[in-house]
Design a protein around this ligand. Structure first.
Ligand SMILES: NC(=O)c1ccc[n+]([C@@H]2O[C@H](COP(=O)([O-])OP(=O)(O)OC[C@H]3O[C@@H](n4cnc5c(N)ncnc54)[C@H](O)[C@@H]3O)[C@@H](O)[C@H]2O)c1
Length: 314
């Protein structure tokens, strides 16, 4: 992996919902995109069908000022996998969520690409070590997990296997930044990656509120739609702690830690609030949301919340 220049050529294997969305996002930001799908080999008329679907989706999407014609001109559809992955910088595997199918496709890609081609997978929940353990170029493999539809949910989880070259992570992150997505880079692989670990914790807590006769299902959804949802659309959990005590997060912990421990013990999710983690969070907040600038931050938060409220009312 020679340099950290930003990627300009991407090949996408699998032209389903996710492959198409990613291809359009890349092409909208000047990246040259090639597609291959097993459907194209089975019946060449599928190439025209996917081309038409891509054109229609480009027309419908309102997420870039770039002209539709320019976007579609950057996309080509290949009749073979070999043609698709030739002279590319990154091959993005977006086939069915099935370990055996993905391993087979990645093995075929691995045999065709050179030492400097990145291989990414859009898998929702298969560990990178399971997908890449047998690849010859396994240090070039990384997971790049979008949220559907990626036009509107910009988060991308970049998840390395234990052997992934850090430059591969950096290059995929840079590519995603360039095309307007919001990448987060996990430092190591973990089941569920990050998004689903948080999401499933929310689902389990919501489930228990209904199961234990505390809230109706409708009110659980309301809790999120009018409470935590708008809040976290504007301000993250650590930023919330920083703003919810006059002197920031350490002050917050001294005021609320006891209550947090009591409540989470009752919920069965209690943890130790260790100093090392608190210091790391505080250092991040001191740099990005210092207590001295809190009043200004709160004003911005409220402007954003007002807009969200209006949007939801409309
Ligand atoms: N749809 C989502 O909500 C979502 C979100 C994030 C990630 N993902 C992940 O992205 C991947 C693709 O999801 P999707 O929803 O686009 O699936 P999909 O079923 O819409 O499309 C998969 C495509 O892969 C093609 N394919 C299958 N085997 C192939 C092969 N051997 N060679 C080439 N092409 C092959 C199929 O013909 C199909 O067009 C999955 O791993 C999924 O978990 C999906």
């Amino acid at each position: 992996m020679a340099s950290s220049d930003i990627i300009s050529y991407v090949s996408i294997v699998g032209s389903g919902a996710i492959g198409q969305s990613l291809g359009i996002i890349f092409a909208s930001h000047g990246v040259v995109v090639k597609f291959f799908d097993a459907l194209f080999e089975a019946d060449k008329s599928n190439i025209e069908k996917v081309k038409t679907a891509l054109s229609r989706r480009i027309e419908e999407a309102e997420f870039s000022s770039d002209e539709s014609a320019a976007k579609i001109s950057r996309i080509t559809l290949s009749e073979s996998l070999a043609e698709c992955v030739k002279d590319t910088e990154l091959v993005y595997e977006c086939v069915f969520e099935n370990v055996a199918v993905k391993q087979e496709v990645l093995g075929q890609i691995d045999d065709l690409v050179g030492d400097s081609t990145i291989m990414a997978s859009s898998t929702s929940c298969i560990m990178p070590s399971i997908l890449s353990g047998k690849l010859k170029h396994k240090e070039n493999f990384v997971i790049s997990h979008p949220v559907n539809p990626p036009f509107y949910w910009q988060l991308i989880e970049v998840v390395p296997a234990p052997w992934t070259n850090p430059l591969v992570v950096e290059k995929v992150k840079n590519l995603m930044d360039k095309v307007g997505q919001k990448p987060i880079c996990l430092k190591k692989e973990v089941d569920g990656f990050a998004l689903n670990r948080v999401q499933y914790t929310v689902i389990n807590s919501s489930w228990k509120l209904v199961r234990d006769g505390i809230l109706s299902p409708e009110d659980v959804d309301k809790l999120m739609l009018y409470g935590l949802g708008p809040r976290y659309a504007v301000i993250g959990p650590f930023q919330t702690m920083q703003t919810n005590a006059p002197n920031g997060i350490v002050d917050y912990m001294s005021r609320y830690q006891e209550g947090m421990s009591r409540v989470t013990k009752a919920c069965g999710t209690q943890i130790d609030y260790d100093n090392e983690t608190l210091e790391a969070i505080q250092a991040y907040l001191d740099e990005n949301m210092p207590v001295a600038e809190m009043a200004e931050m709160l004003k911005k938060r409220d402007v954003a919340l007002k807009k969200i409220k209006k949007l939801k009312t409309d």
